[in-house]
Design a protein around this ligand. Structure first.
Ligand code: F6R
Length: 613
């Protein structure tokens, strides 16, 4: 999962590549590189400096010669080969004239490398990607032009890729191709661009086009043409872009994570906008599944990864409770390697912020292959998951840049809960009065989130007290459980501290053995009905010396007896409380990470969009 960018015909080619790479760093930042081409020569620079790779590359590029108008750039998240400069892209062929960048994995690289070595090629990296440069080199030597060379090479490689190739013998051309990994083309008068996503080209490209699977594009300064694997011309789909560069900037915040945490009321409000008609019915204009089809649903399977998986857990409670449908939550990376049952009436919902997570895409494809109707719940318009699916429900959280997902998560919960209400409406499992009441409560959530955000100073004070702690357990019951899972995930990914999320009732079945002085237990105690049970669980961990941080309702006084620190949130409808209760936990992770000097937006070893299995 890496970021790629390319430009042909620009007097500011190098600046375009470097600016684009900065915006693509969320996709990986182990190393970065660029290659520029002009007639007869290719100039390359690469750097592996962890989270500052692009900045270090920019320094190196001060020495770049003049007179290059075309080039490609790459920011890497290492899969094959250590995160070192030798493994950074672009990779060159033996002649040093062909340069390639690749996002994805070439699954048959080992066999291809063996064959290429026996044919005399010299490899300089440990990556899977370098085989592509040498395969294209062979085609070029055979006399094929760059487009045809790439087309033939695609017949040799298996796996996932967004590839871009330049050759100093055709310096005004970039050839790129895509299978699974994302690729977008941008155009402006006299300059053509490509990138893994639109923001990388913002401010320069004016029109955008999606490259679909197994399409090959040829970029020249005047524009772009495309063919399929057989060489038949195809038309690229124009992409409607409704985000702008401004949204991707910090607006005075220290980092994207704090900005995105603060944007959560807006994210939920936007997601819920225009969903209720005057007659009280719920509407999804974009969903593209008929009411009759939704009425025929007998079983729901939710597939997702990471934070999106936690949103799925929450949706399960809502769909079961309100629509009385049986729901299963599946880890996407496990689903498609099982032999999953897809009966008539199975609705599979793939949930993904990016819509490019390969595990989730594979799972929904597998489900579709077996006959399921697939609905994507996705934040990025026209992402692969959305395009593959029979229907899509967008979460309208806006661009999320920080690796740790926050606003997209609450927006996912809001979207899935309103979907649960729609299913209930169609199935008649709730009265119109109940639906109206729940909808009203849902529409009030943005204000409750705004109130919960005011816990920030209290959370900061707690984080200062806890700065020396190294082990955290997050516990909760019912909907407090997925909130605990998400709180633990946020903490571990940006602080690098050990954190586990548990159903509070499960603690006594093993993990209680780990509770001792120095361990912090963070408990979600907002559910009135389960309050007594949670109090007992907290008494158990207190008795064993743990420090207790409780997320509790504003009016909860009993909690003071067991908690060392209380973070108070406004009361929400129990089914909607996860969107409110998560706020202090996001803030806690954020404050601890800042206190420990971590890079909150770019945690080590992670990337925003995970396009490898
Ligand atoms: C955690 C986080 C990841 C993602 C996961 C799925 O903060 O961001 O766990 O939630 O990689 O990503 P999407 O939602 O893009 O499929």
């Amino acid at each position: 999962m890496c970021g790629i960018i390319g430009v042909v015909g620009s007097t500011e080619a190098l600046a375009t590549l470097l600016d684009g790479l900065e915006r693509l760093e969320y996709r990986g930042y182990d190393s970065a590189g660029v290659a520029l081409v002009r007639p007869g020569s290719t100039w390359r620079a690469r750097s592996a400096a962890g989270t500052t790779s692009v900045a270090a590359l920019r320094e190196q590029c001060l020495a770049a010669p003049e007179g290059y108008f075309s080039g490609i750039g790459h920011t890497r998240w290492a899969t094959h080969g250590a995160p070192e400069a030798v493994n950074a892209h672009p990779h060159l062929d033996c002649s040093g004239k062909v340069a390639i960048i690749h996002n994805g994995i070439i699954e048959n690289h080992a066999v291809l490398r063996e064959q290429l070595l026996t044919r005399g090629h010299v490899f300089t990296s440990a990556t899977d990607s370098e085989v592509v440069a040498h395969l294209i080199e062979e085609q070029r030597r055979g006399g094929a032009d760059l487009l045809e060379s790439v087309r033939r090479t695609l017949g040799d490689i298996r796996g996932a890729f967004a590839l871009a190739v330049v050759d100093a013998s055709e310096p005004d051309v970039i050839v790129a191709a895509r299978r699974i990994s994302p690729l977008v083309v941008g155009t402006a008068p006299g300059v053509t661009y490509l990138a893994s996503d639109v923001p990388a080209m913002w401010g320069r490209a004016e029109n955008f086009y999606v490259v679909d699977d197994d399409e090959i594009v040829r970029l020249v300064p005047a524009g772009c043409s495309a063919i399929d694997l057989d060489g038949t011309p195809v038309r690229l789909r124009a992409l409607q872009v409704d985000w702008d560069l401004e949204t991707a900037q910090l607006d005075g915040f220290d980092d994207f994570m704090s900005k995105e945490i603060a944007e959560q009321p807006h994210a939920v409000r936007n997601t819920l906008l225009d969903r209720r008609r005057e007659d009280g019915s719920i509407t999804f204009d974009e969903i593209r599944i008929s009411d009759d089809e939704l009425r025929r649903v007998r079983r729901v399977v939710l597939v997702a990864c990471g934070t999106s998986l936690h949103a799925a857990h929450i949706a399960k409670y809502a769909i079961e409770r309100w629509a009385r449908l049986s729901v299963e939550v599946e880890i996407a990376s496990e689903y498609h390697y099982r032999d999953p049952l897809v009966e008539v009436g199975t609705l599979v919902i793939g949930i993904s912020q990016s819509g490019e997570t390969i595990d989730t895409i594979q799972a929904t494809r597998e489900a579709k292959r077996r006959g399921a109707t697939v609905l994507a719940v996705c934040n990025v318009v026209d992402a692969s998951l959305a395009r593959d699916a029979d229907a899509v429900l967008y979460t309208r959280a806006g661009l999320e840049v920080s690796v740790a997902s926050t606003k997209a998560y609450v927006a996912q919960i809001a979207a899935l809960e309103i979907l649960a209400l729609r299913l209930a409406q169609l199935r008649g499992t709730l009265t119109p009065f109940d639906i109206d009441e729940h909808l009203g409560a849902l529409l009030a959530v943005p204000d409750l989130i705004a109130t919960a955000l005011r816990t920030a100073p209290a959370v900061r004070a707690v984080a200062t007290e806890l700065l020396g702690a190294r082990d955290y357990f997050f516990i909760g019951r019912h909907l407090g459980f997925p909130t605990a899972l998400e709180g633990a995930l946020k903490l571990k990914e940006i602080t690098y501290l050990h954190a586990e999320g548990y159903a509070a009732g499960e603690l006594k079945h093993g993990p209680l053995a780990l509770i001792e002085p120095g361990v912090v237990v963070v408990a979600v105690v907002t559910d009135e009905l389960l309050h007594d049970k949670m109090m007992s669980n907290l008494a158990e961990v207190k008795a064993r010396g743990a420090s207790v941080v409780a997320v509790a309702r504003e009016d909860d006084r009993r909690i003071d007896a067991v908690a060392d620190f209380v973070l108070r949130v406004p009361s929400a409808h129990p089914m909607l409380a996860p969107m409110v209760d998560i706020i202090p936990l996001q803030l806690l992770a954020y404050e601890l990470a800042r206190g420990l000097g971590r890079n909150v937006d770019r945690p080590r070893n992670l990337a925003k969009t995970v396009t490898v299995e």
